[in-house]
Design a protein around this ligand. Sequence first.
Ligand SMILES: NC(=O)C1=CN([C@@H]2O[C@H](COP(=O)(O)OP(=O)(O)OC[C@H]3O[C@@H](n4cnc5c(N)ncnc54)[C@H](OP(=O)(O)O)[C@@H]3O)[C@@H](O)[C@H]2O)C=CC1
Ligand SMILES: O=C1O[C@H](COP(=O)(O)O)[C@@H](O)[C@H](O)[C@H]1O
Length: 490
Amino acid sequence: MAVKSDSSVQSCDFVLFGTLGDLARRKLLPAMYQLDKAGLLHADTRILGIARKGMPQEEYVAAVKEALSTFLKEPLDEGTWTDFQQRLTFYSTDFTDPAGYAGLKEVLNPNSVMVNYFATPPSIYGDIGRCLQENDLIQPNTRVVLEKPIGHDLASSQVINDQVAAYFEESQIYRIDHYLGKETVQNLVALRFANSLFASKWDNRTIDHVQITVAEEVGIEGRWGYFDKAGQMRDMIQNHLLQVLCLVAMDPPVNLNADSIRDEKVKVLKSLRPINQDNVFENTVRGQYTGGFLKGNTVPGYLDEEGANLDSDTETFVAMRVDIDNWRWAGVPFYLRSGKRMPTKHSEIVVHFKNPPHNLYRDHYRQLPANKLTIRLQPHEGVEIQMMNKVPGLDSSTRLQTTKLDLSFSDTFKNERIADAYERLLLECMLGNQALFVRRDEVEQAWTWCDSIINAWENSNEPPKSYPAGSWGPVASVALITRDNRAWEE
Ligand SMILES: NC(=O)C1=CN([C@@H]2O[C@H](COP(=O)(O)OP(=O)(O)OC[C@H]3O[C@@H](n4cnc5c(N)ncnc54)[C@H](OP(=O)(O)O)[C@@H]3O)[C@@H](O)[C@H]2O)C=CC1
Ligand SMILES: O=C1O[C@H](COP(=O)(O)O)[C@@H](O)[C@H](O)[C@H]1O
């Protein structure tokens, strides 16, 4: 296996708090393994797995191997594993006990960048920071990665951010939104700013409206305790969908540096038209799934999921019309939709362009179908443009047909593997690049906007509308867009 010792790949002590937890096993350890397999870890990079439960080193190594065998989408490569296991060190302590960190310093390499990944409940982020500081483990090149959700609302996110800021500078803090690590989400920036075709046609003069759909086939996967307190608004819209919306709507950044991009995203978030109790039902629909059919199988309703409360009003679906009050987007609605137990896993952005100013074909077509740019985020990653073409033939010069330019990533980049989002994000963090991580003011601005909607829902006492599992959401979500003489992409 080739290990790059290129100066851009720094040696790193990757300290994984919560190494036996679900996120670490499912995503983080497989991502580190893939980076190793691709030769993207420095020869001296090590993984220090920390957990409350004590166990001998061999048992930990076996547990990591079991996690990789379970969660990698391909068979474990024995050569990579032989090298990867050499990087593993296990350390046990209660994360809130400073005395427990005493032996950690001896294990760390003073020449390596220290990346602390907090794969733990956010309630102990501050405790971990304090324990690291009391043990003199925070240096200028120490970094910390925080998982979402950062809080439950603006006030609680400020508490968490303040607790972490007591020990780390903003330049040391990497807040994860795994959508920013997806290949297709990054490609959005390239598509917009590396192609003059789109760069010059990206505003209210050319675009009619934008749809962003993130449909999930899964339900809540045994996570009732977490999900019922969150709901789809906090779980998906506050972070992933608003981040995607920002990348679609932002002005060109001065350059690709982290703060240049983040400055532009914050401007979009500040321009979102507030939704409150005066306009919440005009602009949003919340739903909750009942029992239904998915891919030929019956699936339970939300209230029949394992651990459920009978009377929960938590939403598992949200559709909304979002207006961006700025020069570029005045009059261009963004329709957002995200739900669990939809018919299929399917995430895409569809940009609907305006019709040409004058219809030369009006004798044959009362209205020409508009051009559409579809960016498929997952699965079947790719980009598609719908346009009108003349049907070849001598019989008529006015017979037109809707056609598609379809660029499928898997067909076009046949030999390239599409990396998991966490691989990209862990690599960027080790390289010290914050561009794909969320700055504090972004998180707080997103909460400010979402809190107003959540409060309006709570004050109305109106329950979410039901939809059968395996459908595209409540009927009211269709009404939300047809009222504007538009329709959801199906
Ligand atoms: N799982 C996922 O797919 C995702 C998770 N997240 C976020 O990532 C974080 C971790 O989630 P997840 O892995 O699912 O949670 P888990 O509960 O599976 O893992 C958390 C780990 O932290 C350990 N831990 C908690 N408190 C302490 C302590 N005081 N001392 C030592 N160890 C402690 C737990 O150990 P013990 O078992 O001994 O209590 C457990 O192993 C959460 O913030 C979650 O919201 C975000 C997106 C997706
Ligand atoms: O953060 C989360 O994301 C997943 C969806 O992620 P994807 O990469 O599979 O699209 C969602 O299921 C989960 O509830 C949420 O916490």
